[in-house]
Design a protein around this ligand. Sequence first.
Ligand code: CMP
Length: 138
Amino acid sequence: MERTLCIIKPDAIRKKVEGNIIQMILDAGFKIIALKLIRLTNERAMSFYEIHKDKPFFKGLINFMTSGPVIVIALSKENAVEDFRNLIGATDPLKANNGTIRKLFATDVQENAVHGSDSIENGIREVSFFFDESEIID
Ligand code: CMP
């Protein structure tokens, strides 16, 4: 089974749609193997998004991701990474397909409701960024 990391972002929690998002994830056949509600510190957010540190949107992204609680969820499924990216839709909700989580719940390209790992390697790395193996119920 492949692993992928989902983050339900502060905008989705402010809109109170985290329940809808989790239901869509379960209906799509993903298994939740770990889950927690946390508040990211500046340091943790910067470390998680380090790959984007030179992008013009980095500062805004860190401000946004630390603006309220997030729900981090480790997911397991065959082909989890690709299937989850299809479920959430394009980064920019204007480009996301109908029926995707971002089309339904995102505000804009920054406040886009959810994060999903973009490769199998990042799925493994990002799950272990937030969860010890002992916290995962596989
Ligand atoms: P995510 O999938 O979490 O990965 C990086 C995040 O940076 C992305 O979702 C958005 O929240 C944000 N992001 C990506 N591109 C842009 C952009 N052009 N402008 C603002 N924020 C962006």
